[in-house]
Design a protein around this ligand. Structure first.
Ligand SMILES: O=C[C@H](O)COP(=O)(O)O
Length: 251
């Protein structure tokens, strides 16, 4: 963990959650005060729940985020949601370029970059996800893939205040597999070098989250790795106790 950078523990609920889930979210809110010394907390529920959760979270130590947005602010795009709408509902950050969007919806780097810019247009943080697949890893292409995704997905003008990078090896998502701490250190160090080379001092201060099977049992080990500035948590963010325990794992 880079000392000067305050960790962010972000929960991505993916396509999970109904109105009844507000009870679990309430439990998160109730426990959040205990972990605020360690990390900032962000929960990204499905878009249908952002407004209700934001209302509950008012004045509490959990911020709300969204999982995707359309690049445009409005228009004839049936089923899509603009960044402005998500912000209107209470989002303060938007995840873009998650590997599930890249795979399920064929989203490429250019679109991801436009979505990050849409988040900025709506005056919130873009959390840009990058990560290699198992096949790319096996072929020894990990660093090339990450370099390409970073170059293509991060807009010019990225700063420590408007952008967070989430490194999520696709093969580690929802599988229970994680890279070793040594591998995470190497890859986060590589990402840091690229960020610093392109964005100078801002790149040196940008948060780089690790994501992929983060759980209470491995959080402490992963969160102390150099250049790991928090986590993007999927499955374990659905349970208040697990999500808060992961935040407690921050040094
Ligand atoms: O956005 C979160 C990641 O895809 C990680 O998901 P996971 O914690 O369920 O492996």
């Amino acid at each position: 963990m880079t000392d000067a950078i305050r960790p962010l523990i972000a929960g991505n609920w993916k396509m999970n959650g109904l109105k009844a889930s507000i009870a679990e979210f309430d439990a998160m809110l109730n426990g959040a005060a205990e972990v605020t010394a360690k990390a900032d907390l962000l929960v990204c529920p499905p878009a249908t729940l952002v407004a209700a959760f934001a209302e509950k979270a008012r004045g509490k130590a959990v911020a709300l985020g969204a999982q995707d947005c359309h690049p445009k602010a409005s228009g004839a795009h049936t089923g899509d949601i603009a960044a402005e709408m998500l912000v209107d509902a209470g989002a303060t950050a938007i995840i873009v370029g998650h590997s599930e969007r890249r795979a399920d919806h064929g989203e490429g780097d250019l679109l991801v970059k436009q979505k990050a810019e849409a988040a900025w247009r709506a005056k919130v943080i873009a959390i840009v996800c990058i990560g290699e697949t198992q096949a790319q890893r096996d072929a020894g292409q990990t660093l090339d893939i990450l370099r390409g995704q970073l170059n293509g997905s991060l807009p010019d003008g990225s700063t420590a205040a408007n952008l967070v990078v989430a490194y999520e090896p696709v093969w580690a998502i929802g599988t229970g597999l994680t890279p070793t701490a040594k591998d995470v250190e190497q890859i986060h160090g590589f990402i840091r070098e690229l960020l610093t080379s392109r964005f100078k001092a801002e790149g040196a201060r940008m948060r780089i989250l690790y994501g992929g099977s983060v759980k209470p049992s491995n959080a402490a080990e992963l969160m102390v790795v150099k250049n790991v500035n928090g986590a993007l948590v999927g499955g374990a963010s659905l349970k208040a106790a697990d999500f808060l325990a992961i935040a407690k794992g921050c040094p």
